[in-house]
Design a binder for this molecule. Structure first.
Ligand SMILES: [Zn+2]
Length: 388
C-alpha cells in the first residue's frame, strides 16, 4: 500500500505560493442526534454497505456492540467484528487488516466505533482494505471523527506522526445520548481542543504562507466554521457541562458535541493548526503529561501561550477565564510542573514542539526559547487569576 501525501497535490503551480489553491475537506455525511446509533443500519444504505467490518475495543463491544448489531440486523446487514487492542500503531492496523483478509470476509466498509485511537485505526484499516470508513465516536474529546488523517503511535504509545488518506470518512454518526453518558472529563477536554481551532485557523488564514493540514490555503468557509466553534464553546460550554452532569441531553449539549466534533474537526483540518497544537504535541515528550493529561487539556495551555506570543493579551485573559470556569488546567502547577525544577524538561518539550510542521505558521520567527518565555508568561497570567 503506497502511503498518500496530499501536500504535493495541492502545492502551488508556476507561481509557487501565489497559486496554492483554497481547499475545504469534509466528511460526506455528518449525522448527529439522540440514539442515532439505533439507525446505523438504515444510514449504511446511503454508501451502500452490506458487509461492514465493525472495529471496537472489548469495552466498546460491551457498551454498544449489541446496539450496533441489532441496528444492522434490522436492516438485513451482516457484520464482521474485529476487536481493537487499544493502540493506533502500524502493527495493530496490519494485524486487523490481515485478520479481515484472512477471514475471507469481503468487506465493503469499516465502521470504527470508539474513542480517538479506535477511530484513527479504523480509517487506516479502511484505506488498506480499499473501502470507506464509517465513524461512530463514543466520546466528544477528539478531532478524529471527521478528518482524513490519523495520528500514529508505536505499540508502546509514543507518537510517530500523521498518516493521510485520499478520502474523508464516508459517514460520521454521532449519538449524543451515548456521548453525554461518557466521562465528563472527556467532554470538557474536547472544549479546550475546540476553542483553539479558531485562533489557530485565524493565524494560518492571516499569514499568506499559512497552510491547512493538506498543504492548501484556507477557505472563508473553514475560518467561519472555526469562528463558530469558539463562539459555541463560549456560549454553551458551561450550560452543557451542567446538563451532562445531570444526565441530560439538551440543546447546549448538542451544540457542544457539534462544536467539539464537526466544527473543530473540519476547522482544524481545513483551517490549519498553529502554536497551541505544536505546544500540546511537544508537551507529550514529558512522560507524566503524556500519561496523565488529555490532548484538549494540553491544547488549552498551548492556546494561552500562542495568544501571548501574538501579543493578544485581552484574548489570552478571556481564554484563561473560560478554561478556569470549566475546570481545565491553566497553570504549570496544575500540570504538576514547576518552572525551576522542570525547566530542562519543558525546554525539551518546546524543542519538540518546534519540530511540528504547524509550528511555523506565525508571521514572525518562533524559537524554542520564545515558546518557553510565552509559556512562562502564560503561567504567570493564569496564576494572577488564581490569586484574585
Ligand atoms: Zn486537537
Amino acid at each position: 500500500m503506497e502511503p498518500f501525501f496530499p501536500e504535493g497535490i495541492f502545492s502551488g503551480g508556476a507561481d509557487g505560493n501565489q497559486d496554492t489553491p483554497r481547499v475545504l475537506i469534509s466528511p460526506c455525511r455528518y449525522i448527529q442526534g439522540k440514539d442515532v446509533l439505533d439507525h446505523l443500519g438504515r444510514y449504511l444504505s446511503i454508501l451502500p454497505s452490506q458487509r461492514p467490518v465493525v472495529l471496537m475495543t472489548e469495552g466498546g463491544r460491551l457498551r454498544i456492540g449489541e446496539k450496533i448489531e441489532a441496528s444492522l440486523k434490522q436492516a438485513g446487514i451482516e457484520l464482521h467484528i474485529e476487536i481493537f487492542r487499544g493502540e493506533c500503531s502500524y502493527e495493530e492496523v496490519e494485524r486487523v487488516s490481515g485478520a479481515v483478509r484472512k477471514s475471507g470476509w469481503a468487506a465493503d466498509s469499516v465502521i470504527a466505533a470508539g474513542g480517538g485511537k479506535c477511530i484513527d485505526a479504523g480509517k487506516c484499516i479502511g484505506f488498506r482494505l480499499g473501502v470507506p470508513a464509517v465513524i461512530c465516536p463514543t466520546i466528544a474529546s477528539t478531532d478524529a471523527p471527521c478528518s482524513a488523517v490519523s495520528v500514529m503511535y508505536t505499540p508502546e504509545g509514543v507518537g510517530i506522526g500523521p498518516e493521510f488518506f485520499p478520502n474523508s470518512p464516508a459517514m460520521v454518526v454521532v449519538d449524543t445520548r451515548l456521548i453525554a453518558s461518557s466521562p465528563v472529563r472527556h467532554f470538557i477536554a474536547g472544549m479546550g481542543d475546540a476553542l483553539a481551532t479558531f485562533y489557530e485557523a485565524r493565524t494560518c488564514f492571516n499569514n499568506p504562507f499559512g497552510r491547512n493540514m493538506i498543504g492548501a490555503r484556507i477557505t472563508l468557509a473553514a475560518l467561519a466554521l472555526a469562528e463558530l466553534c469558539a463562539k459555541t464553546v463560549f456560549e454553551d460550554g458551561r450550560k452543557a457541562i451542567e446538563a451532562v452532569r445531570c444526565g441530560e441531553v439538551n440543546s447546549s449539549v448538542e451544540n457542544i458535541i457539534e462544536a467539539n466534533t464537526l466544527l473543530s474537526g473540519m476547522g482544524f483540518e481545513s483551517g490549519g493548526l498553529s502554536i497551541a497544537h505544536a505546544m500540546a504535541a511537544g508537551f507529550t515528550v514529558i512522560p507524566t503529561l503524556h500519561r496523565d493529561f488529555l490532548h484538549g487539556e494540553l491544547v488549552g495551555i498551548g492556546l494561552i501561550a500562542q495568544l501571548i506570543l501574538e501579543r493578544e493579551w485581552d484574548e489570552a485573559r478571556k481564554i484563561v477565564t473560560f478554561l478556569r470556569a470549566v475546570g481545565l488546567p491553566t497553570t504549570l502547577d496544575q500540570l504538576q510542573l514547576n518552572i525551576q525544577r522542570d525547566a530542562k524538561a519543558l525546554m525539551e518539550a518546546m524543542t519538540a514542539a518546534m519540530k511540528e510542521p504547524f509550528a511555523n505558521t506565525e508571521p514572525f520567527e518562533v524559537t524554542p526559547e520564545s515558546l518557553f518565555s510565552a509559556l512562562i508568561e502564560a503561567d504567570r497570567l493564569a496564576e494572577e487569576f488564581g490569586n484574585r
